[in-house]
Design a protein around this ligand. Structure first.
Ligand SMILES: Cc1cc2nc3c(=O)[nH]c(=O)nc-3n(C[C@H](O)[C@H](O)[C@H](O)COP(=O)(O)OP(=O)(O)OC[C@H]3O[C@@H](n4cnc5c(N)ncnc54)[C@H](O)[C@@H]3O)c2cc1C
Length: 143
């Protein structure tokens, strides 16, 4: 749950920084942000991150009441790892060549955020846990 919550703030930072940059940057005599593809895409990304936050909040609320939230926490971790790829990748595109530099914070998150799908249980491990709770894992053969 911490991993998902922590990543979601990093993603929000990526989106906010990209909005600031796209407002400043002029391409073909117009602000980058004024391209419908750009502002629609940023709105989609923020919607995805808010969905993740809602899942984390739900898991936290249930955890506080003493319930087993392993399934929801695994879903949040899985979704965070996936979004931690999509959000900086999409944002970096809007930064153009500036996004490709080492100093760029979105570029930094593009690499660092990748850990979410690997560390603390890889995506595939999260999927295995979710399947276990859904009772859809293949039955073990009796010896
Ligand atoms: C920067 C960093 C910090 C870390 N910090 C810590 C820490 O503080 N404490 C700690 O304990 N560990 C830490 N780790 C280790 C981390 O938890 C492991 O890297 C992670 O669990 C993956 O294990 P592995 O690297 O041995 O990869 P492997 O176990 O070799 O797995 C490689 C890949 O195989 C796939 N895979 C693995 N298992 C399955 C499966 N059952 N089904 C399908 N596919 C599968 C996944 O895609 C996985 O990424 C850290 C790793 C990094 C990179």
């Amino acid at each position: 749950m911490w991993g998902a919550a922590n990543s979601s703030q990093g993603m929000m930072n990526c989106i906010d920084l990209t909005i600031d940059y796209a407002r400043e940057r002029n391409v073909f005599d117009m602000r980058l942000i004024d391209n419908q593809w750009v502002h629609f895409k940023l709105a989609e990304l923020k919607t995805e991150v808010e969905c993740l936050r809602a899942l984390v909040n739900r898991a936290c609320e249930l955890y506080i009441t003493g319930q087993d939230v392993t399934e929801l926490a695994s879903m949040a971790k899985l979704k965070a790892g996936r979004l931690a790829r999509t959000v900086p990748d999409t944002c970096m595109q809007f930064w153009g060549g500036m996004g490709y530099t080492w100093e760029n914070p979105v570029s930094r998150f593009f690499r660092d955020g990748r850990l979410t799908s690997i560390g603390g249980g890889a995506d595939e491990v999260m999927l295995g846990i979710i399947c276990k709770y859904m009772h859809i894992l293949p039955a073990k053969k009796k010896a």
